[in-house]
Design a protein around this ligand. Structure first.
Ligand code: FEO
Ligand code: CA
Ligand code: CA
Length: 651
């Protein structure tokens, strides 16, 4: 979801600026990030003159072997910015629109261009505002047929209870429960059975047994340590163990036991009140609930969305929900052990002993990065063992520290345990359930590091290093090393390496992989606003958000930022997707989206030859007719990217 910049910059600290470029360039070699042979140094990569040498070179005077020329990790030509209402992808690739909002998954639910589809039809169609996405092959290694699972974060509103295009007519204010139910049905998750046809084109298997819509009213279980707690009990569920629906599903994750993780982000925006007076608790304020009417308007028609009538209902959102995509009758599970906050996405790593770590960001300015470490161990091929691994474990929050040297934009850090009985600062919480339900308050209490809006996290497939986007933070008033700019418009990507390369470690080392900036606008490269050395006038971007590694270790970076292409954002164009080489740190623009969209979510077929990404909220400001053209309403959609020679995407 876009969050426009609102404040002007303050002066930055010039003594930090002078050191920044050289320091960030040195960070890779000094800290040993990514020395594991998956790429070349920037200088070598750019000259193309040498392969990655191995340690047994030049021990004697034998005939010198000519090393094999390595294949560069980034094999495509960068593209420029675009500002038009179309998608653009690198030369030699094709981008195809797929499964836009309203696409029927079942017979009898055809899309109506006039917006007259009712709630029941919407509940059988692809939802709105596509976000996180994952391809599950139908059989192991199958790149021809699978389940495409995606989030539908929200539906665009333009005022109180007023929807931009959900009802066909622009800016429709809802007045009935049926209308609210259509909006409720446009949220959630789609499970879509897809396969390549005989011509090699991806198609939806209409009426497949796998097709499923999960919405903001689907029955779910609440599981883990907080299940049943008084704070989760409502008049509809005195047990505090079941909930209806999932909302504001932003980024996603998946597990090696083939489940999908959907992440509830800005759930606060759905809870309002229909009566005078504030009446919010301190915790509700910390989680961002607003008094009065919401822009979705559901509280007018469905009592549980009125926080005064049902004060605990909002505690049943803000979780990570685990879904078995292969069983359309399965009940999704809200995993309370992972904590409650505005979840962006969830990235797993498995330790050598089977310990499962899940890395998570809380997308709010000055909020935190978290890690869950399972008590049980993952066992490949043992679904019964793995089914509830996310129900028991330890929740940690990150402290990013300056390390031995201040001002060098790298340092060390610690994972602070959020445990009612083991963490002295949490003694005031009633029990561990309250710590999990009010995880933000617990993290405040232990002094976690306030970050520049933590968005997606991704784990490098070989090194295990963890990368996280900090999208921007226009309100930052105190800089620190991991968040080095006041009023940060452009964002950065921070990465860390766990001590001993152990995902269960409680300490880590970190550095900044890229400080996004605008060298078109800020030509003095010592100005932090020009970005780090790997940001150029050719690849400048703002607000990194979606993030993910492919199997070869390419880092795909998606943006959800300011698309004005003017002022502070001159030369940055529409939102886009770039690709980085983690070793050389080179970044190239690969794809640009249509007007007023964000580019979000990424996944591949097992052969890495089909990439699926999502275009969310094209025309959120009223200036797009993508993808249908003419005078049509804009529609969020998936984009299928293939390489024209049939090769691996990005190669
Ligand atoms: Fe839904 Fe943080 O973006
Ligand atoms: Ca430092
Ligand atoms: Ca996002």
């Amino acid at each position: 979801m876009s969050k426009p910049e609102m404040l002007d910059d303050l002066p930055t600290n010039t003594s930090d600026n002078e050191h920044f470029q050289a320091v960030v360039e040195r960070a890779v070699s000094r800290r040993g990030f990514l020395k594991s042979g998956i790429g070349l140094s920037a200088a070598v990569f750019l000259s193309g003159s040498l392969s990655a040498c191995t340690s047994d070179d030049n021990d004697d005077d034998e005939t010198v072997e000519v090393p094999e020329e390595p294949t560069p990790l980034l094999g495509f030509q960068a593209i420029p910015i675009f500002t038009d209402d179309a998608v653009h992808v690198a030369a030699g690739y094709t981008a195809t629109v797929f499964a836009p909002w309203g696409t029927p998954l079942f017979s009898g639910a055809a899309w109506k261009t006039d917006g007259s589809d009712n709630a029941a039809a919407q509940a059988r169609q692809v939802g709105d505002n596509h976000d996180g996405i994952h391809f599950f092959p139908l059989t192991e290694g199958n790149s021809e047929e699978g389940l495409l699972v995606m989030n539908h974060e929200y539906t665009t509103t333009t005022g109180r209870a007023t929807y931009a295009w959900l009802f066909g007519t622009p800016n429709t204010t809802i007045t009935t429960l049926e209308q609210a139910n259509k909006a409720i049905a446009a949220h959630g998750v789609s499970v879509i059975h897809i396969a390549k046809n005989t011509a090699g084109k991806w198609e939806i298997k209409l009426d497949s047994q796998y097709n499923r819509r999960i919405t903001a009213s689907t029955l779910m279980l609440i599981t883990g340590p907080a299940a049943g707690d008084a704070l989760l009990q409502t008049s509809a569920d005195a047990t505090g163990t079941s909930a209806f629906g999932t909302i504001n599903n932003c980024g996603n994750g998946w597990t090696p036991w083939d489940t999908y993780l959907t992440c509830e982000e800005n759930f606060n925006n759905y809870f309002g009140s229909t009566t005078e007076g504030d009446g919010r608790s301190a915790a509700q304020k910390r989680y961002g609930l607003s008094s009065g009417a919401t822009s979705y308007g559901w509280e007018q028609f469905v009592d549980r969305f009125d926080y005064k009538k049902e004060p605990n209902e909002s505690n049943r959102f803000g979780w990570i929900v685990e879904i078995d995509p292969f069983d359309a009758t399965s009940t999704p599970k809200k995993r309370t052990a992972l904590g409650r906050f505005k979840h962006e996405n969830a990235a797993y790593r498995i330790g050598t002993d089977g310990t499962v770590a899940i890395y998570m960001g809380d997308d709010q300015a000055d909020d935190y990065v978290y890690k869950f470490v399972s008590s049980g161990k993952y066992i490949a091929g043992n679904p019964r063992n793995n089914a509830n691994l996310l129900d028991a474990g330890k929740l940690y929050v990150a402290r990013f520290k300056a390390g031995a040297t201040s001002g060098d934009f790298m340092g060390d850090g610690e994972w602070v345990l959020l445990d009612r009985d083991a963490t002295p600062e949490l003694a005031g919480f009633a029990n561990q359930a309250e710590v999990l339900i009010h995880a933000r308050l617990a993290a405040d209490a232990v002094g976690a590091t306030k970050m520049d809006r933590p968005e997606w996290v991704s784990v490098h497939p070989e090194s295990g290093e963890v990368y996280v986007t900090m999208t921007n933070n226009s309100g930052r008033s105190t800089a620190d090393e991991a968040n080095p700019r006041l009023q940060n418009r452009y964002g950065q990507i921070v990465r860390w390496r766990e001590a001993g390369n152990d995902p269960a470690a409680t300490t880590f080392e970190w550095d900044i992989f890229v400080l996004a900036g605008n060298p078109v606008k800020y030509t003095d490269r010592n100005d932090l606003k020009s970005g780090s050395a790997n940001v150029t006038t050719d690849n400048t971007f703002n607000s990194p958000d979606g993030l993910g590694f492919d199997k070869d270790g390419r880092l795909w970076i998606q943006t959800d930022g300011n698309y004005s292409n003017a002022g502070e954002y001159e030369g940055q164009g529409n939102n886009q997707m770039l690709c980085a080489d983690p070793a050389s740190k080179e970044i190239r623009r690969f794809f640009v989206g249509p007007q007023e969209c964000e580019v979000t979510g990424l996944t591949f077929t097992p052969d890495s030859k089909t990439m699926f990404i999502n275009i969310q909220h094209p025309g959120e400001g009223g200036n797009s007719h993508w993808p249908d053209g003419g005078t049509s309403v804009p529609r969020s959609a998936t984009i299928i990217i293939t390489k024209d020679d049939g090769g691996v995407i990005g190669s």
